[in-house]
Design a protein around this ligand. Sequence first.
Ligand SMILES: [Zn+2]
Length: 312
Amino acid sequence: MQTIDRESAGSARVAIVGGIHGDEPAGVRIVERLAAELSPLDLPDGEATDGDAESEGFVRLILANEPAIEAETRYTDADLNRAFPGDADSDEYERALAPRLAAELEGVDAVLALHTSHSAPPPFAIYSDLTESVRRTVTGLPVDHVVDAGGLRSTTLDSAVPHTVSIEVGRQGSEEAVAFGYEACRAFLRAHGALADEPPTFSETVVVEGREEVPKGGGEPRVHYANFEAIPEGAVFAEDDVYTHRVEEPGVVPILASERGYDDIFGMYGHVSGVVKPPGEGELRVYPLDEPVGTGDGDGEQNGADRSEHAE
Ligand SMILES: [Zn+2]
């Protein structure tokens, strides 16, 4: 693991983590670019940054899984993003790395973890626990959708480290993923006051509850609906020689949908549960939509237009 501390424009202590998966070069390149652009952290008397200190803010940039990055493989022994909380004494590299990474993020006010996938755009965010910091991150990122993974696994970074949001920035290995992820990181830094080049912008974000994985059998895979596209009741989401996945309830959308990206799943089913509002606009919770769900390509502001008035 490599940790690079940089100057923050404000008092927040924020972190961006790339290279959780070694075969996702976008996160590594984005972290390296930010490290080159942001000013070194100027500490009095050469003191090391102490995450517990009440002092000024910092931007902590982390390359998580260096051996896997070096080998250009997702992991060496175990998937790091399925290994939390981990075990410092484990012989498996990633299980031992997990608590070290969590320690680097202890006391940090906001964490953004960078990922890419085999699935098609649009990019989206993921959280497990909606805190004020997470709300600020999610509504400050240039994404229309956030997946609430709180009901899924408890072994991911965003479930193990408070105030963490993961972001899928695009297709694995693509230049678009690097370009988008870089802009998303700058938006994240602005949202938390760590970057003062321009004011942050916030917008309502549609929350999709992650429900279950959609298994793949064998033979020719066919996926009929794109990410966050509403699957009509009774329609077939995906099929192969073994499975025909027909959706029997309204409001279901695909997450990480892919015909050939994953060996064992077509993706996941999600359910649109509402919107999260920008900081300062109402309580910290998911507001239900009172219009038909699954308006996958509409933006959050449109979804909010018909509902009861905002506070301001
Ligand atoms: Zn990843």
